[in-house]
Write a protein that binds this ligand. Structure first.
Ligand code: ZN
Length: 382
């Protein structure tokens, strides 16, 4: 059922790392900024890599949750995504004003500074590479949704709400490491913003709406507690990230990490060509995506899977079909085939069944049947 032949994108993704690292010169980098570990140099973890790439191709997949123990390259993989992303417009203003806000809401939608800038014909945003914004574990609700800038309030006797991390994450990637340890109020605020693409910050009479369209990536270590089912449901793909099983792969992973530590620039450079090719393929797949349709056989297979697995949430179909569309786009096709559904079925559908719900509905059905019998009996005897 696997679609053949595979595109360059899938080939790069699934068959890396294809080359061994030559002996590297030893260099002391002191405090210099270290090149991130290249995405394609991560050994194994194909499901995680595929889930992340598909979510870059199609944001409607609904985010990715990486589930696995520590030391399985989850954070490394997320940080490496920066090299694979196209650029996005980023606001130059602390309040997050953009030309888009001006187009939609007029001059009232942007701050005084930006109104002035517009008067001089200056831009409110710049094109910049997409950033990975990592949510600090000790973040407070006001850090996340924003609050009053007290310094400006005191100095200028002017009160404005500053956009929080969610506002800064607009058009970027928001990464929450150990999402299962985050307080519920924060998780709810983040998931609401992720679903709606905007959020409203309130302080007393002040109220301001911020754009917040970001790709949400979470990671969790199941040893450190469960994720509430309603939160779990709201992540699109769930990639299981296990330690590498094959000793040969483990040794290769060790060699890669050692080579990166020894000379990060040289290591990154040895992957630069493949990384650029992958970034280019991802961009082409993004452009191909709007034209990708779901074929009849793929649709039937997807619906059958959801039915057989007795999954209630319609988010299952959304993620399954949107991920399958991204997979077809990655494979340079405009029609989703059953092989695409098969390729994404595990990460799209796992952990969506609930034993508790199944028991609840089974008991409820039994009660309904007893009630219906009684209602029928008495109605018929009238
Ligand atoms: Zn502004």
């Amino acid at each position: 059922m696997k679609p053949k032949p595979q595109s360059q994108l899938l080939d790069l993704l699934l068959n890396s790392p294809a080359h061994r690292i030559a002996k590297l010169p030893d260099v002391d980098y002191g405090q210099a900024i270290v090149e991130p570990f290249p995405f394609l140099a991560i050994v194994g973890q194909l499901e995680m890599k595929l889930a992340l790439i598909l979510s870059l191709i199609n944001p409607r997949v609904g985010g990715v949750l990486l589930i696995g123990p520590r030391g399985t390259a989850k954070t490394t993989a997320v940080r490496a995504l920066t090299d694979l992303l196209p650029s996005a417009r980023r606001s130059l203003c602390v309040y997050g004003c953009t030309e888009e806000m001006l187009d939609e809401g007029g001059m009232d939608a942007i701050c005084e500074n930006c109104r002035e800038k517009m008067g001089y014909g200056q831009p409110l945003t710049v094109a910049d590479r997409v950033r990975i914004i990592e949510l600090p574990l000790n973040a407070r609700l006001e850090d996340v949704v924003g609050g009053i800038n007290e310094r400006i309030a005191l100095e200028q006797n002017k009160v404005r709400l500053e956009r929080g991390i969610l506002g800064h994450a607009d058009n970027q990637i928001l990464y929450i490491d150990e999402v299962n340890l985050l307080p519920d109020t924060l998780t709810d605020a983040i998931l609401d913003a992720a679903a709606q693409g905007h959020y409203t910050a309130r302080r007393g009479a002040l109220k301001l709406r911020y754009r917040s369209r970001f790709l949400l990536i979470g990671s969790m270590n199941p040893e450190e507690g469960k994720l509430r089912p309603q939160i779990m449901d709201r992540f699109g793909l769930r990639a299981v990230v296990r330690g590498l099983a094959d000793p040969a792969w483990r040794y290769q992973a060790y060699e890669q990490v050692a080579a990166h530590q020894q000379n990060p620039d040289h290591f990154a450079a040895s992957y630069a060509e493949a990384t650029m090719a992958l970034a280019d393929e991802i961009e082409q797949a993004r452009q191909r995506l709007p034209a990708v349709q779901i074929g009849e056989a793929a649709r039937d297979l997807g619906l059958k899977l959801v039915q057989e697995l007795a999954i209630d949430s319609t988010r299952a179909e959304i993620t399954l079909f949107e991920a399958a569309r991204a997979h077809a786009a990655a494979d340079e096709r405009k029609q989703v085939e059953p092989g695409d559904v098969q390729a994404v079925a595990m990460p799209a559908l796992r952990m969506r069944q609930s034993d508790h719900l199944s028991r609840f509905f089974a008991e409820q059905e039994a009660e309904d049947q007893r009630m219906k019998n009684i209602v029928d009996e008495f109605t018929n005897h009238q």
